[in-house]
Ligand binder design. Structure first.
Ligand SMILES: C[S@@+](CC[C@H](N)C(=O)[O-])C[C@H]1O[C@@H](n2cnc3c(N)ncnc32)[C@H](O)[C@@H]1O
Length: 228
C-alpha cells in the first residue's frame, strides 16, 4: 500500500502535511508585487509555514523562500514581461526558482519550454500551483543543477540567488560554464553582497524594494543584468 503524507497527518497530527494541499489551504492567491499580470500563492501571518518544515529530514528543509516576494525575481520577471522577445520561442531555465515567478513570466512571454529548478521540495509544489494559477506549463525539478554541466537551454534566468557566499561562488562558476557554452544568462538582483559585478552588464533598473525593506523603500532599486 502507498501511504501519502496526508495519511500520516491523519494518524499523527504532528506529521508534516503534504505540500500542495497545505499551500492551497493556508496561503492566498494574489497578484504579485510589481507584476499585476501574475498571481502567486503568498504567505500571510496565519499561514503557519513552519508546519511544512520537517525537523526529521536529513539536513532539514531550507527556509521557505518560495513563499515570499524577492526583488531580484520581480525585476527580472518585469523585464521579461515588458520585453517578451527575451524569452519568446526559446528554452528557459529558471534557476533557484522559488515561487516560479521568473519562469511564469517567461512562459507568459511565449517561451518554448520552461524548466524551473529549486532544491526545496515545497518550492516545487508551489511552482506547480502557481503555474496552473497563471495558465502556463512549467516543468519543476527538485535539483541543484549548479553542480552539473551546462543544460540544454537557450536562456538561464536567475532571480535573487547571490545572497550567500558559497552559493554565489557555485552559481557564478556554473553560469560561467553556461555562457562559455553559448547559453544566454540574465540576472535580477537588488544588490546582494555576493553579486559578481565584474561579469555583469546592466540592462535595466526598477524602483522595486526588497522583501521586508520598509526603510527607504521608496528609493530602493533592483536591477537586471546580462552575465558575460
Ligand atoms: C531568494 S529565493 C529567490 C526565488 C526566486 N528566484 C525569486 O526571485 O522570487 C532563492 C531560491 O533559490 C533556491 N536555491 C538555493 N540554492 C539553490 C541551488 N543550489 N539550486 C537551486 N535552487 C536553489 C532556494 O530554495 C530559494 O527558493
Amino acid at each position: 500500500m502507498v501511504r501519502s503524507e496526508t495519511d500520516d497527518v491523519a494518524v499523527n497530527p504532528g506529521a508534516r502535511p503534504e505540500s500542495a494541499s497545505f499551500i492551497q489551504a493556508h496561503m492566498r492567491l494574489a497578484p504579485a508585487l510589481f507584476l499585476p499580470e501574475i498571481r502567486l500563492y503568498a504567505a500571510h501571518p496565519a499561514s503557519g509555514l513552519r508546519r511544512l518544515v520537517d525537523p526529521h529530514r536529513a539536513g532539514g528543509d531550507p527556509p521557505p523562500y518560495w513563499a515570499y516576494h524577492w526583488a531580484g525575481g520581480a525585476a527580472l520577471a518585469r523585464y521579461i514581461l515588458d520585453r517578451p522577445a527575451t524569452a519568446a520561442g526559446v528554452r528557459v531555465l529558471d534557476l533557484g526558482a522559488g515561487s516560479g515567478v521568473v519562469g511564469i513570466a517567461a512562459a507568459i512571454a511565449g517561451a518554448r519550454t520552461v524548466l524551473a529548478a529549486d532544491i526545496d521540495r515545497n518550492a516545487i509544489a508551489a511552482i506547480g500551483l502557481n503555474a496552473a494559477a497563471n495558465g502556463v506549463t512549467i516543468t519543476a525539478v527538485e535539483d541543484d543543477l549548479t553542480a552539473g554541466p551546462p543544460p540544454e537551454m537557450d536562456l538561464i534566468a536567475v532571480g535573487d540567488l547571490f545572497y550567500e557566499q558559497g552559493l554565489a561562488t557555485r552559481v557564478t562558476a556554473f553560469l560561467g560554464r553556461c555562457v562559455a557554452a553559448g547559453v544566454r544568462v540574465l540576472i535580477g538582483d537588488p544588490g546582494r553582497a555576493y553579486l559578481p559585478h565584474a561579469r555583469l552588464r546592466l540592462l535595466a533598473e526598477y524602483p522595486i524594494p526588497d522583501f521586508g525593506d520598509a526603510k527607504d523603500a521608496a528609493t530602493k532599486r533592483s536591477a537586471v543584468f546580462s552575465f558575460e
